[in-house]
Write a protein that binds this ligand. Structure first.
Ligand code: PHE
Length: 351
């Protein structure tokens, strides 16, 4: 019996030596220790031995089992290291190497525009906030005064996260890809650190029919100010200043009344088209109207504030949303914002 154990040990050691990959080690481990544990058979045979012999074999067999287990875990670490070292070698990137041409890398026009806007807003005292792309229905809709049966929901064609994940979640807790950056207004207000003066640049998703002005994901920049004595004049001045700094002194802003469930009253804001300078009846960007819709804004609806435990009798506020892609198109004279998503180096190389 003792010999059998020795044999087993020898077999194990030589098998272990020849192993090269983790999968083989798993097979060996399975065979020896778990499924067809050869040691198990030995333990079956010892029933015919006398008590003393049984004891010794039992102790030896257990020692062997522990030895095997230890060796297997050591080998696992060794093989893993080997695997990662090989991977490192195979996938190594030399960050010090010189690129043959500088033109190989470029910041995307949307990133350039976002950074510029961040800089301008920061210089006006705004803080930059961030939020998740996968949002809950409550923050994306409900808390922004857009309940389930509200007609405005139709405007925000939504990508929902798969039924498997959503089916066990409460109605207001269902996951979706955020349709706008406005849920970060809610997230910030719920932190209840006043005054609030934030911008939220970020990616949003809509189930859209694509054309030169619409894409199913795009970038927005949200703004929210909550403090005492904030007026519509502040909002107008802020947007005017930012747009002029970004696009040039000659830019004109046009405010039109609109409807948003979470702002009351609400406005859509157009800027004078920088591509055709309001002079091309066939301009694809402004459809010949001379104006491009780029921003939405106005005072936050009191219900949104009370839902976030902020007293609308004490505080005043305004919010705005800016369509970064369209600003980038205006800034860089690109006549279709869809081009930003076509990964064309030829386009990026120009900026
Ligand atoms: N969230 C709105 C949208 O995506 C835009 C908006 C932001 C309107 C802030 C008003 C205030 O359409």
């Amino acid at each position: 019996m003792q010999n059998k154990l020795k044999e087993l040990k020898q077999k194990f050691i030589s098998n272990l030596k020849t192993l090269k990959v983790e999968e083989e080690l798993e097979v060996l481990e399975n065979n020896l220790l778990w499924k067809k544990w050869e040691l198990n058979n030995i333990l079956k045979w010892i029933k015919d031995l006398n008590v003393d012999e049984k004891k010794t074999v039992w102790v030896e067999a257990n020692k062997l089992k522990n030895f095997i287990q230890e060796e297997i875990s050591k080998k696992k670490v060794e093989l893993e290291e080997l695997k990662y070292n090989e991977m490192d070698e195979r996938e190594a990137i030399d960050v010090t190497i010189n690129f043959p041409s500088k033109e190989l890398w470029h910041k995307h026009p949307i990133s350039i525009t976002t950074s510029l806007m961040e800089e301008i807003f920061i210089s006006l005292g705004f803080k930059v906030e961030d939020g998740p792309h996968i949002e809950i229905e409550d923050y994306n809709f409900e808390k922004l005064n857009i309940p389930d049966d509200h007609p405005a929901r139709d405007v925000w064609d939504t990508f929902w996260i798969s039924d498997d994940i959503n089916k066990n979640r409460k109605i207001w807790d269902k996951y979706l890809l955020r349709t706008h950056t406005s849920p970060v207004q809610v997230r910030t207000m719920l932190k209840w650190e006043l005054p609030i003066k934030i911008i939220v640049p970020g990616r949003v998703f809509r189930y859209e029919q694509e054309d030169s002005r619409h894409t199913c994901n795009f970038y927005q920049l949200e703004g929210l100010v909550v403090w005492k004595w904030v007026t519509f004049g502040d909002l107008k001045w802020t947007l005017d200043t930012v747009m002029k700094k970004l696009l040039g002194e000659w830019v004109e802003l046009r405010f039109r009344p609109s409807i948003f469930p979470f702002t009351e009253p609400s406005a859509e804001i157009d800027i004078s088209c920088q591509i055709c300078k309001q002079s091309d009846p066939n301009c694809r960007m402004c459809s010949g109207t001379g104006w491009v819709e780029l921003l939405w804004a106005w005072m936050v609806h009191p219900k949104v504030l009370t839902d976030c435990w902020i007293d609308p009798e004490v505080y005043s506020w305004f919010a705005f949303g800016i369509w970064i892609d369209r600003i980038a198109a205006q800034k860089f004279w690109v006549n279709s914002s869809r081009m930003f998503y076509q990964s064309k180096l030829k386009l990026n190389e120009q900026f």
